[in-house]
Design a protein around this ligand. Structure first.
Ligand SMILES: C[S@@+](CC[C@H](N)C(=O)[O-])C[C@H]1O[C@@H](n2cnc3c(N)ncnc32)[C@H](O)[C@@H]1O
Length: 240
């Protein structure tokens, strides 16, 4: 008998935003994994769920390189898949933790595909969660989408090039992973005349939370923002 693989979304950071279902499953599994890298600190995911784990639960990091090089990624995920499969083959249930939701820009998607290929009989159950951008909209008090409007979600990890197309296609845009190319993303916002139609949210629900709408203040920042940062753009303008 194989164990079940649970992809568990732990929410955006505030432990009170963990779902009841995630908490219940975390009490029941014997093995918990989360991805670790220099940026995606696994300890945050563990700190959110720690109080729900029963004594004796094994917690383990899966090394995940912050690279776009396909071979390096492939090797790392094959090794991670082997580790997880080994536990499933012992008949133990495994939880893999993801900040926010497991199917939104999450390493869980890689793992799920690999494990499915390696153990075609395995049961994989995904526990959805509040995403970072839903929490950011809540903290900022900004509706994400209304009436007939559209919302586009893009990644800023490789720069601002997706932002123009996204803003052309939808009334509302969420730009995730804004930390690395922050200046370039701000420039794109200025070039499109959206300086008073966006909101920057960093570390929402966590120490050091920032909700900032002042473009010039952000443009004057000397350091790039925290990894846990995103922007909401609303072409019709912000509520606040
Ligand atoms: C790898 S993605 C994970 C997304 C996550 N699965 C979700 O559903 O929101 C990491 C990005 O999510 C965003 N993010 C995650 N947690 C956040 C938080 N507490 N505050 C602001 N942004 C956050 C940031 O844009 C960060 O670069």
């Amino acid at each position: 008998m194989l164990g079940t693989l649970f992809g568990i979304g732990v929410g955006p950071g505030d432990p009170e935003l963990l779902t009841i279902k995630a908490a219940r499953i975390l009490r029941e599994v014997s093995h918990v994994f989360a991805a670790s890298s220099s940026k995606n600190d696994y300890s945050l995911a563990f700190s959110i769920v720690r109080e729900h784990l029963r004594e004796g639960t094994t917690v383990e990091q899966l090394a995940f390189p912050m690279t776009f090089k396909p071979e390096q990624l492939e090797d790392a995920w094959q090794a991670n898949c082997e580790k997880v499969s080994e536990i499933l083959e012992q008949g133990k249930d495994v939880a893999f933790l993801t900040l926010g939701d497991p199917l939104i820009y999450s390493t869980f998607a890689y793992l799920m595909r690999k494990v499915r290929r390696r153990l075609p009989q395995v049961t994989i159950t995904v526990i959805p969660a509040i995403t970072s951008f839903q929490a950011a909209a809540a903290y900022a008090g900004e509706p994400l989408v209304e009436g007939e409007e559209a919302l586009t979600i893009v990644s800023g990890a490789k720069g601002a090039n997706r932002l123009q197309d996204a803003a052309d296609a939808a009334e509302n845009v969420v730009i995730m992973k804004t930390y690395k190319h922050f200046k370039q993303i701000l420039k794109s916002i200025r070039d499109q005349g959206l300086e008073d139609r966006f909101c920057f949210v960093s570390r929402c629900g966590l120490d050091g939370q920032i909700v900032e709408r002042d473009f010039e203040k952000l443009a004057a920042m000397e350091q790039p923002p925290n990894y846990l940062s995103l922007m909401i753009v609303k072409k019709k303008g912000m509520e606040k």
